[in-house]
Design a protein around this ligand. Structure first.
Ligand code: G3H
Ligand code: 13P
Ligand code: ZN
Length: 322
């Protein structure tokens, strides 16, 4: 059942994080639904501009609507990931999306506010909520030096001003992560001080709590990277992601949506590399596709446990009155 992102946030805020998983095809979708049913977790399906182009937005919608019929127990929201203004309007008008993300974080503060405000007005008129980004996530990836990295993190005082002026419903904040497989060098962790600062400044301004969204949340398991490389991959073995044990402490401070794409791509790469390494004469794509669906479902169920969303479907149903 497709619900609004706001309905999921309402139950999760301050208690657990809802996994937001990027989807590009039918195999991922099947694994995602199976993993979430198995772990009894609500979830958010994220569709990027790239996914809408790769699979065709109509195909993706058809796949997801069919999965909804195959898995009637599932409770989930559909979200546009990293949208520009034009794509946001297309999704708002489609009647399919529960929420959109407008990513104008690379623009100066005033322009970011201006663009986000326009999207918020159009989205709210249709009952759709908006995630907006403040801070420079990508820069954190490139600038490993702590001082430069800090310069990219979201400023809690600015965050409150941004929320007030833009009217956004959820805030994608730069809290030390970055997209892809190479996030950290050595022992680094999330910037809990920034998360706490945003939460406290929002409260001090007399605003209702605003869910914080963590982008770049993949954990990039060492074992997965090693298996990919043992099967012919050449990933940098220093690849490193977010410590999964930090998801829940972050969730308790207001990180309510946790975006995961890279870890799923690593599962796909490991399954297919190992399959064709071990069966070099094979050319039917369905056997590895089947293994991938099983492995992706296991991965999702495990991840939901780390996020604290596993086992919360009864609570979600109660809150929805169903
Ligand atoms: O943050 C971006 C997501 O990982 C989606 O990636 O744009 O390659 O589909 P994509
Ligand atoms: P990862 O690259 O860490 O999986 O992050 C995905 C993401 O933030 C999608 O918006
Ligand atoms: Zn992202």
């Amino acid at each position: 059942m497709i619900v609004t992102t706001a309905q999921l946030y309402k139950v999760a805020y301050g208690k657990f994080a809802v996994g937001a998983y990027n989807i590009n095809n039918a195999e991922q979708t099947m694994g995602l639904f199976r993993g979430c049913i198995e772990s009894q977790a609500p979830f958010i399906i994220q569709i990027s501009k790239g996914a809408r182009k790769y699979t065709d937005k109509r195909m993706l919608e058809a796949i997801i609507r069919t999965a909804e019929v195959i898995f009637p127990e599932a409770i989930f929201a559909v979200h546009l990931d990293h949208g520009d203004e034009e794509t946001c309007y297309d999704c708002i008008g489609s009647g399919f999306y529960s929420s959109v993300m407008i990513d104008a974080s690379h623009d100066p503060f005033e322009k970011n506010v201006e663009i986000t405000r326009r999207v918020v007005d159009r989205a709210h008129a249709k009952g759709i909520s908006v995630e907006a980004e403040l801070g420079m996530l990508g820069g954190v990836e490139e600038d490993i030096a702590v001082d430069e990295g800090n310069a990219c993190l979201t400023d809690p005082v600015e965050a409150v001003e941004f929320i007030k002026q833009s009217g956004c419903d959820a805030l994608a904040a730069a809290i030390g992560t970055s997209h892809g497989a190479y996030k950290f060098k050595g022992q680094q962790s999330l910037h809990f001080d920034v998360i706490e600062g945003i939460r406290d400044k929002i409260a001090a301004a007399g605003l209702p709590p605003v869910p914080i969204v963590m982008h770049g949340s993949s954990s990039v398991p060492k074992e997965e990277v090693a298996r990919i490389n043992a099967a012919g991959g050449t990933l940098d073995p220093s690849a490193c992601g977010v410590n999964e044990e930090e998801y829940l402490p972050a969730a308790r401070l207001g990180v309510t949506k946790v975006n995961i794409d890279t870890d799923g791509r690593l599962v796909w790469t490991r399954v297919h590399r190992e399959f064709f390494r071990d069966k070099p004469g094979e050319f039917d794509f369905r056997p590895p596709g089947k293994i991938f669906q099983d492995e992706y479902a296991n991965f999702i169920a495990r991840k939901n446990k780390k996020l604290g969303s596993a086992g919360t479907l009864p609570e979600i149903r109660k809150s929805l009155g169903i």
